[in-house]
Structures are given as structure tokens and as C-alpha cells.
Design a binder for this molecule. Structure first.
Ligand code: AVI
Length: 332
């Protein structure tokens, strides 16, 4: 069953994270809601569909990289025969990770797998799939957000030389949804939780022809639109709001100078929306936007800088044949 973050009307001072975001974000100019809130169970399901879209090259590119380099990755992770613990932040349906898991399993590698995801439905389904495919594989699924998972990493029993190597996986260019400051902070926190020799494998979407990027966020089936507008549906359900989804549209821009793809929700008419649980009325002018997401595209220089700032060494740079995407290993 889906977790509800609904705020009790009797205790309006205790606001859920979504309620706080809506209260402050829709009072800003321009209006703003974070893409962190896209991923209720329906949002996670829609994103899984997006990953199969012909325009959304990111997933295919990364799949190709992992398939091509799975042997090399096993050699690097296990450094011969050292046990390792894979911790995947934002595991989703694990589509790409299963390429690695299947290979590591068939090669009899000594590893455990801990997928972490904010969607309970996604992490439960992934755990079920893995148990069916590889009943003996040691897995520790966690329903949580990345930041709590990193926090737990740093609270683990400290320096034991003989503990398994930690390998943090952060695939799919999820890092692109962070601001530059958040990305630096994220790698900084991970770095502080790791010991020398531990690794982080991150997927980065690279800068390329702007038209290719633009199309990835403007698919012809309208799935990206449904994914973006699902945030309003979530607010309707969890905060008793009355957004009329048919009166809003999806709009995307890509700026090749900054490497930022930006998603917006656009009001198609002048209207006022009631957010029941907040007792807040929000006015929209005709054409007014809510900025919902940044999907940042990277250069190699930018990635090297991120590694260096956090105290990592960039040890492996793997790309697909079109050089659209890179999976990069940072070594502590
Ligand atoms: C999850 N994240 C990496 C996706 C992206 O490409 O920024 C989310 C997404 N937004 C629209 N389409 C997919």
C-alpha cells in the first residue's frame, strides 16, 4: 500500500516535507517545486516507462556501458577476490544493475547488494525480482531516501581493514537532478563515510547535440508530460488540493551554454487552486510556470572537478559508443 504523507487537518503545524515544499515553493516568484517529489509510486512507475522511450537515450546508453564493461567492473570492485558490498542509491527497477548482478553471480563473486529507493513499491518489486532470479543472493533492500542511506553509511562501525569494500552505485544520471552545490555536498558526504579503497560508480549524462537532449525530455507519447503533471496529482491526493490537470501543460528547455535541461508546468489559463490541507489559495496567471526539475548535463572537466573537491580520484571513465553517457569510478 502506498505511503501517505497527508497532513492532519488537526495538526497543521506539523507539515510533511511535501506540504512544506508546496507552501514555500508556490509562494515564490517564479513558482518552484522540487523534482524530489516526483517519485510517489505512480511517478516511479512513469519514470520506468520513460526509460524505455526511444527518445530517452540515457538508459540505453548506460545499459550498453555496463554490459560492455561488466567484466572490468568486477575486476575493479573485487580487486581479485576481495568481498564487496554494493549499495545502490535510487535503485528503481534495477534494470541496468541486473546486468552487473547477473554477471557477478555467474562469476561467483563474493558480494552483497543493498538497493535503496524512496518508492516502497519499486524497492519491494526489485527485491522480489532478485529473489526469484537469484534466490541465494544476499540482499538488504531499504525503503529510504539517499540522504538517510548515506547518513547510515557514516554511522557504521568504523575502520576495519578486513571489512568488505564498499561500492556505492549511483546510476542513471540522478546526480544531474542536483544543483552544483548539492552535487558537491552529496559526494562530500559519501566521501566522508568511506575508507581508502572504497569506490563510487556514478552515471553522468554528457553534453551533446542540444536537439538530442531536448527530444529526451519532450517525448512524442507524452510520458514526460504525464510524469511532470503527476506531481500535481500527488499534491491533490496528499494535500487535498484541487489542481485541474487538464488546465496545465509540460514545457522543457535545454540551454547548451549551462548544460541544464529544465522542466516546467505551465498554467494554460488564469486560475486559483486551493491547497486544502494548507488552507492556501494559489493564483496562476495565464502562462505562469512552476519550475519543477533540472537535469544537468556534464563535461569531463566538470566531473573531474567534482571528484577532486570531494577528495576522490577519478579512476575509470567508461562511455557508450556514441559518447552520450559516462559511468565513472571515483576511488577514495
Ligand atoms: C531521474 N532522472 C535522472 C531523470 C532525468 O533524466 O533527469 C528524470 C526525468 N525527468 C524527465 N525525464 C526523466
Amino acid at each position: 500500500m502506498e505511503k501517505s504523507n497527508a497532513v492532519s487537518a488537526h495538526f497543521p503545524e506539523i507539515l510533511s516535507e511535501l506540504a512544506t515544499e508546496v507552501k514555500h515553493g508556490l509562494a515564490k516568484t517564479p513558482k518552484r517545486l522540487s523534482s524530489r517529489f516526483f517519485y510517489d509510486d505512480e511517478g516511479s512507475r512513469l519514470f520506468e516507462e520513460i526509460m524505455h522511450l526511444p527518445e530517452y537515450y540515457l538508459t540505453r546508453s548506460e545499459y550498453e556501458i555496463l554490459e560492455t564493461h561488466k567484466d572490468e567492473l568486477l575486476r575493479v570492485f573485487s580487486a581479485g577476490d576481495r568481498p564487496f558490498e554494493l549499495i545502490e542509491l535510487g535503485a528503481g527497477d534495477g534494470l541496468k544493475t541486473k546486468v552487473l548482478l547477473g554477471h557477478f553471480w555467474s562469476e561467483k563473486a563474493n558480494f552483497t547488494y543493498a538497493p535503496v529507493d524512496i518508492s516502497r513499491a519499486a524497492v519491494d518489486k526489485l527485491a522480489d525480482d532478485i529473489r526469484k532470479k537469484w534466490p541465494q543472493m544476499e540482499i538488504q533492500p531499504q525503503h529510504d531516501d539517499y540522504f538517510n542511506a548515506i547518513e547510515r553509511l557514516s554511522n557504521r562501525s568504523p575502520t576495519r581493514q578486513d571489512r568488505p569494500r564498499l561500492v556505492v552505485l549511483f546510476l542513471g544520471s540522478n546526480i544531474g537532478n542536483f544543483s552544483p552545490a548539492e552535487a558537491a555536498d552529496f559526494f562530500g558526504k559519501i566521501s566522508q563515510s568511506l575508507q581508502p579503497g572504497d569506490l563510487v560508480l556514478t552515471g553522468f549524462d554528457l553534453q551533446k547535440h542540444p536537439a538530442v537532449i531536448h527530444a529526451a525530455y519532450n517525448d512524442r507519447q507524452g510520458l514526460t508530460k504525464a510524469f511532470n503533471l503527476n506531481l500535481l496529482r500527488r499534491i491533490n491526493r496528499e494535500l487535498e488540493a484541487n489542481f485541474d490537470l487538464s488546465a496545465f501543460d509540460h514545457y522543457e528547455t535545454y540551454n547548451p551554454e549551462t548544460g541544464e535541461a529544465r522542466s516546467y508546468i505551465v498554467s494554460q489559463k488564469e486560475q486559483t487552486v486551493l491547497i486544502g490541507n494548507l488552507n492556501q489559495r494559489v493564483h496562476f496567471d495565464y502562462g505562469e510556470i512552476i519550475h519543477t526539475e533540472i537535469s544537468r548535463k556534464f563535461t569531463r572537466a566538470g566531473i573531474e572537478q567534482l571528484a577532486q573537491q570531494a577528495g576522490f580520484k577519478l579512476s575509470h571513465w567508461l562511455t557508450d559508443c556514441k559518447h552520450y553517457f559516462a559511468d565513472v569510478i571515483f576511488r577514495k
